[in-house]
Design a protein around this ligand. Sequence first.
Ligand SMILES: Cc1cc2nc3c(=O)[nH]c(=O)nc-3n(C[C@H](O)[C@H](O)[C@H](O)COP(=O)(O)O)c2cc1C
Length: 305
Amino acid sequence: MKPDLKVTIAGVDFANPIMTASGCSGYGEELSGLYPLSKLGALLTKTITPEPREGHPPPRTAETASGMLNAIGLANVGVDRFIEEKVPFLRKQKTKIIVNVGGRTVDEYVTLCDRLSGLDCVDMIELNLGCPNVDEGGMQFGSDPAMTERTVREAKQVCRCPLIAKLTPNVTDITATARAAEQGGADVLSLINSLVGMAVDVQTWRPVLTYNRGGLTGPAIKPVALAQVDAVCNAVNLPVIGIGGIADFRDVVEFLLVGASAVQIGTTLFVEPDAPLKIVNGLKQYMKEKNISQVSDLVGRVRKY
Ligand SMILES: Cc1cc2nc3c(=O)[nH]c(=O)nc-3n(C[C@H](O)[C@H](O)[C@H](O)COP(=O)(O)O)c2cc1C
């Protein structure tokens, strides 16, 4: 039996459920030097904003126990250069392309969706509703259910491809923002973005990041991510993409079992850029051992007490 890893989400067919997470492989150029991107279920771009952004001054990343802190500050080339310089490369890749966008206002999200969702190589748009490392925009959209609903609704009106709402974990109850995104018309939810964190240098007494705080990611956050994905899968009727601390195929199986239809790999790419390939192989082997023919047969099958 040959395990079938194909998944269909909101009408889009993916070769496998393993995607990169936004911000962890730029626009895919470096990764494509290591292996063909066709090995990925999908490539997610760095968050694109209307204007180019330099981001925060270094140090803007730091290692923590089983994870990392970052306050990049949404450094990106801006939408004009993205279309001019990055889209021609992305168009040639034989994988699904999901463009992640972020704005300071609802109108900026709408404009970005309008400009990007009609491009032939863009399969889905992901709204970054929860970047913790910027002063304007970012978390304000994703932490208030009313704002989440409004941003998704207005973006959806102009979006010509399926729309993913990426949720922040920095809220009391993520099911409230998940329901708001569903109400606003999101086709898919993805979660989690990074958790707000901080570290201080005991010699200099200065925070290790110039932005003082940052987003915690990596294996340290996996149990939090899994619990939030589980909660959201039980609260909404939308496909969910699980993100947070995934490092090997066992982590993927956990996310699928609680109900995620696919997953994204972030921090692990910095340590092991070919992790998605190893994960796909591990998943195939696991399915053979368990006599599972379709990867979708794992989705939501957790046996809860
Ligand atoms: C260095 C870095 C940059 C990131 N940049 C973005 C970004 O631009 N947009 C976004 O939506 N998420 C961004 N994220 C969050 C990831 O996409 C992901 O949600 C988070 O890292 C959790 O997954 P992980 O534990 O596998 O890294 C970034 C994460 C890291 C580590």
